[in-house]
Write a protein that binds this ligand. Structure first.
Ligand code: ATP
Ligand code: MG
Length: 446
């Protein structure tokens, strides 16, 4: 993509309304534009990041055996009356009336709708286990929308729902989600720590929130510093294997790590003092086992092996897809701008022409652009007639992890410059070597 033909409305000024760095940088880098309070348009650069986050979520859900669907944003109030949540939900729910005076709502979550679907089609234990999920916009009329996409009113969520015959089977689904979420966040370059959370009105002990530590996080958290040493890495987990998934759960949740809602000073005091931490965190996901409450109220029953009619055991599991764009920036930026992890970067490599209009330099850049694209890399080529300083500032702001810089002086020596956004280190090499290096970083064949 050529920058001269792209739509990248970067801002020079720091927007006054943005209180935290990710919000400021998303506005300055032309990623989002506010439509109204807590509601945003995703501009081209932001949209590419959002799509990359979604892709990783889909890939990891597929790996865990979960099945994608797509449910609507608008729901009928009747379903929610059946579960008893229509009145309980309160003013966060956006209620709408259609032309026939039917009560509708913009879904804040989808337990009712997915349970109705499963109730309509699933009758036998033979159809289980079953986990369905979607990535869809939600609306919650938050009292204080703020921090850009981090606490929006309209936001994109992955929400998944497991249906199982027994509590034991549903807890396996819970563990499987925990494992798949660990992988998902790590692939995005994030450390998200599972913490014991509050299960709210439905009750039960089985819920964990995943938190990214950040000073700007809205949640107060308490943990044993050993939890920050854990990494999931490139483990080969069999998601059908109870023991393997349970083993990962124990490894990642046996140490103290709780949100303020479940924090217990007496228990925390047993952690050696040098390892006790209190900090702030961004909630990027939550997993939940809640039993048979929805299946009973919405009629999701199956015949078990003994021929008895039993309610399904359910859990729900959410990832804040749009919030993650902000969370990744909170975790990865410097004074000059965003530093994208390779997995979610909007373009894999930036190309800077230092002498736009010089025919030899233009030709060299065009050749490199084509060669990169041929290798399957996404490239943003700054072909504007701008000073080098302005081009570097834009590249640093939008945070592409790798930059190839091409100028007449280098070309005389047959070299270009390859620069890492993260370290700032530059290396001179031939254009071919730079292309190979970048392709290698992204795991593409030579
Ligand atoms: P919070 O406590 O932050 O209000 P929640 O616990 O109500 O969130 P869940 O119902 O668990 O949210 O939703 C799953 C995920 O969706 C959350 O972990 C979070 O990452 C994301 N999310 C929730 N509310 C918002 C919001 N207003 N804006 C952006 N993302 C959100
Ligand atoms: Mg939550």
């Amino acid at each position: 993509m050529r920058l001269s033909r792209y739509f990248l409305p970067v801002l020079k000024e720091t927007p006054a309304e943005a209180q935290i760095v990710s919000h400021r940088l998303m506005l300055r880098a032309g990623m989002i534009r506010q439509a109204s309070a807590g509601i945003y348009s995703w501009l081209p650069l932001g949209y590419r990041v959002l799509r990359n986050i979604e892709r990783i979520v889909h890939e990891e859900q597929a790996r865990a055996g979960h099945i994608p669907v797509l449910m609507p944003t608008l729901q009928s109030a009747d379903l929610w009356r059946q579960s008893g949540r229509y009145d309980a939900y309160g003013p966060e729910m956006l209620r709408i009336r259609d032309r026939h005076d039917r009560d509708m709502l913009y879904g804040p979550t989808n337990e009712e709708m997915i349970t109705e679907i499963v109730a309509a089609y699933v009758n036998s234990y033979r159809s289980l286990p079953l986990t369905l999920y979607h990535i869809q916009w939600k609306f919650r009329d938050e009292m204080r929308p703020r921090f850009g996409v981090m606490r929006g009113r309209e936001f994109l969520m992955k929400d998944g729902y497991n249906f199982d015959l027994s509590k034991e089977a549903a807890l396996h689904a819970y563990n499987r989600h925990l494992v798949s979420y660990l992988r998902t966040y790590e692939r995005m370059g994030l450390q998200a720590i599972p913490m014991r959370a509050d299960s709210g009105p439905i009750g039960g002990d089985y819920t964990h929130e995943f938190l990214v530590l950040a000073e700007t996080g809205e949640s107060e958290v308490f943990y044993d510093s050993e939890v920050t040493d854990l990494t999931f890495g490139d483990r080969d987990i069999d998601y059908d294997d109870w023991d393997q998934c349970q083993g990962v759960l124990e490894e990642f949740t046996s140490r103290y790590a709780r949100t303020d809602e479940t924090h217990d000073e007496a228990v925390f005091d047993k952690v050696p003092e040098a390892r006790r931490r209190s900090a702030r965190g961004i909630e990027v996901g939550q997993i939940f086992y809640f039993g048979t409450a929805y299946s009973e109220s919405l009629g999701a029953f199956v015949q078990n092996e003994a021929g008895e009619r039993v309610p399904l055991h359910m859990g729900s599991h959410g990832i804040g897809v749009s919030r993650l764009a902000g969370a990744i920036i909170e975790a990865s930026h410097d004074d000059r701008g965003i530093i994208w992890p390779e997995a979610v970067t909007p373009f894999q490599v930036g190309l800077v022409n230092l002498r736009q209009g010089d025919s030899a330099t233009d030709a060299a850049c065009h050749g490199i652009e084509l060669a990169l694209e041929k290798r399957g890399l996404s490239v943003l080529y700054d072909d504007r007639e701008e000073r080098a300083g302005a081009k570097f500032a834009t590249m640093d702001l939008i945070g592409l992890p790798w930059r190839i810089t091409v100028g007449p002086r280098g070309l005389e020596k047959n070299v270009v410059e390859l620069t890492s956004r993260r370290t700032g280190e530059s290396e001179e090499m031939s254009a071919e070597a730079a292309i190979d290096r970048v392709a290698g970083i992204y795991g593409l064949a030579p």
